[in-house]
Design a binder for this molecule. Structure first.
Ligand code: ADP
Ligand code: ADP
Length: 220
């Protein structure tokens, strides 16, 4: 198990302030919803946690370490950012095999993550014919290849049909119940309100509300 601790992140792009003291924790065993309007700083925060971007100030630690200091990062952190960059002529299963080999992860987990994400029947089709929802599932499958205790998922509900949304909610709850720490962003609170055990609402680069589920129910 690992906790993600984001403390006082600040970041500017020229004169624009993207992060303005972003601070919150992602605990193991529950889904943390990261909710706010477009431009609030969700993707930037996730990129800093993943070591893909650098903050001007503050820290983002996974299990007490910076991402870049983790040995075998993909065994610690799985991520879904933009819908997976896919080679349209490659079959879904081959995409995962290629990812696993290129990142020195065991290929033995490929069929398991395909089963977990409900992609078994699509696995031998070319990804050029996948719907956006299938691409999101394949992206989640890729994030699970290293069996990481922490998952960082940027807008995983994008492009899902109503059935896919119900599946994704249940799937995220099940992954959290295994003891993972899961951060899931959305610009729509409604997508996550029944799924999250922890709600972090952000605007203009900072946290504007941070509540556990018990507090949410008490306030209703
Ligand atoms: P969100 O994910 O909540 O929509 P972002 O983290 O993408 O928010 O963006 C936060 C702010 O930082 C926005 O004002 C956005 O325009 C700005 N921003 C993000 N990435 C860049 C970039 N590469 N260059 C300039 N500005 C950026
Ligand atoms: P160096 O190893 O070059 O001396 P440090 O490890 O001391 O650098 O890091 C310098 C600063 O950069 C740290 O205080 C920290 O705030 C920031 N930092 C380090 N790693 C990251 C990272 N992955 N993302 C964003 N900021 C980071």
């Amino acid at each position: 198990e690992a906790t993600v601790e984001v403390t006082g992140l600040r970041k500017r792009y020229g004169p624009a302030v993207a992060l303005d003291g972003m601070t919150f924790t992602v605990a193991p065993g529950l889904v943390t919803a990261f909710v706010g309007p477009n431009g609030a700083g969700k993707s930037t925060t996730m990129r800093v946690i993943l070591g893909l971007d650098r903050a001007d100030e503050g820290s983002a630690l996974v299990g007490g370490r910076w991402y870049r200091d983790l040995r075998q990062p993909l065994r610690h952190l799985g991520a879904l950012l933009d819908p997976a960059a896919l080679h349209p002529a490659r079959r879904g299963r081959d995409h995962l095999l290629w990812l696993a080999r290129s990142q020195a992860l065991p290929t033995g987990r490929v069929d398991e993550v395909l089963r977990l994400t409900g992609l078994e029947s699509a696995a031998r089709r070319r990804t050029g014919g996948y719907s956006l929802g299938m691409r999101q599932r394949l992206g989640i499958a890729a994030a699970l290849l290293g069996d990481p205790p922490v998952l960082i998922l940027d807008e995983p509900f994008n492009g899902l049909d109503p059935e896919g949304i119900v599946w994704m909610r249940g799937f995220l709850r099940a992954l959290a119940a295994e003891g993972r720490a899961i951060l899931v962003s959305s610009h729509l609170m409604s997508e996550l309100q029944d799924t999250a055990g922890h709600l972090v609402v952000v605007g203009r680069g900072r946290v504007v509300a941070d509540t556990g589920v018990a507090e949410l129910i008490a306030a209703a």
